[in-house]
Write a protein that binds this ligand. Structure first.
Ligand SMILES: Cc1ncc(COP(=O)(O)O)c(C=O)c1O
Length: 364
């Protein structure tokens, strides 16, 4: 039985867990910005200046600064913000609800979009995970002429790191004029695409009928949901999505943390280069150990195969290396067999990754 994990320091590639300094390969802080001293300091300063919460009315200047920083990052007129990433697909879909008649959703899409769907009140059809042919089949079965589809998927799936084949989806959507693609890109924003705008940028699909929602709680080192939008969509979200009227924004400290984290990413391109290097290193090394590992820039790596992964996890733990076993069907997209989910960070050193790989090799 695994000892419960007690995290005793800020998140990092090297951090304090259960009274020990360990190499940490879990979670979603891909640039370790949650633990970055400047991010922590920005959060403390904003908290001292503005207090812990906005008390519903968020008129502190830090929110305007966050808005500007987000628009600069995503190149959009506005970025709608809300309390959590979990609620951002809901806000996006509610904002767009007059733009489609039917919903088609990858069956392994995150709980956030699945929970949002009943609030839209439209027929829903599921297609097989990552399968554009299955989407094509569902579209041809259910779409009547002049109907428009909303196709919903994660951009990057959270436990396996699989990339949705967005370009293939767009291709099979071509016969259905006016159909839209809605991506939960919580794990893509900040990481994928030439300037970190996420999965749509990575797939060359930034444009009118392709939308995404995301979070500040992973690559961006803070907390809060985001929907980059033009002024008209932002207006529709504000009038349709009651979460924008009825829920507080993230605390000022989180807003300030996100601003500082994004500025650090913009002024230190080395962070993204280091992450890319580490992802290549880890993926290649695991392939050399005999695992089937795709060649993608995603920092979530799923190790599968006929191996006792709980044994591997426990042996790595003895060497002060922390990895996570995802139980069979233990998360929205988790396979029906146990896997190891590795998270690679920009701050891991090549030596840490080599030690992880050689340790896995030694305990197999
Ligand atoms: C795909 C996906 N969407 C949404 C969320 C929720 O984001 P947040 O924790 O920022 O609310 C998660 C959380 O892990 C996620 O993996």
């Amino acid at each position: 039985m695994a000892t419960p994990v007690s995290m005793e320091s800020p998140l990092g590639a090297r951090m304090r867990v259960n009274g020990r300094d360990v190499d940490y390969f879990c979670g979603t802080s891909y640039f370790c910005l949650h633990g970055h001293p400047q991010v922590i300091e920005a959060a403390c300063e904003a908290t001292r200046q503005f207090g812990l919460g906005p008390g519903t009315l968020a008129h502190m200047p830090v929110y305007g600064d966050l808005q500007q920083q987000l628009c600069d990052w995503f190149g959009t007129e506005q970025v709608v913000t809300m309390i959590s990433g979990y609620t951002s697909p809901m806000a996006l879909l509610q904002g767009l609800r007059d733009s489609f008649e039917l919903i088609f959703i990858d069956e392994a899409t995150h709980y956030s979009a699945r929970d949002a769907i009943p609030t839209i009140d439209k027929p829903v059809h599921r297609f097989r995970h990552l399968d554009a042919d299955s989407l094509a089949d569902q579209l041809s079965r259910h779409m009547a002429s002049h109907q428009r589809a909303a196709v919903i998927t994660d951009g990057v799936f959270p436990s396996t790191g699989s990339l949705a084949p967005l370009a293939d989806y767009r291709k099979v959507m071509e016969p259905y004029d006016g159909s839209i693609l809605c991506v939960d890109d919580s794990h893509g924003v900040g990481v994928l695409g030439s300037s970190g705008r996420g999965s749509l940028q990575h797939a060359g699909l930034e444009g009118e009928a392709n939308f995404f929602a995301g979070t500040l709680s992973k690559a961006f080192g803070a907390l809060g949901g985001i929907v980059p939008a033009n002024a008209s969509l932002a207006e529709k979200i504000r009038s349709n999505a009651m979460i924008l009227r009825g829920a507080s924004l993230p605390p000022p400290g989180a807003a300030a943390a996100a601003i500082t984290a994004m500025r650090l990413l913009q002024t230190t391109p080395q962070m993204r280069t280091d992450l890319e290097r580490n992802v290549r290193h880890a993926r290649e090394g695991l392939r050399n150990l005999g695992f089937e590992i795709e060649d993608t820039p995603v920092p979530i790596i799923s190790i599968r195969g006929n191996v006792d992964f709980e044994h591997v996890r426990a042996e790595l733990d003895k060497r002060d290396i922390i990895v996570k076993v995802t139980p069979a069907s233990g998360y929205s997209d988790a396979p029906d067999v146990p896997t190891i989910r590795l998270a690679v960070f920009s701050q891991h050193t090549p030596e840490q990754i080599d030690r992880l790989l050689s340790s896995i090799g030694a305990v197999l």
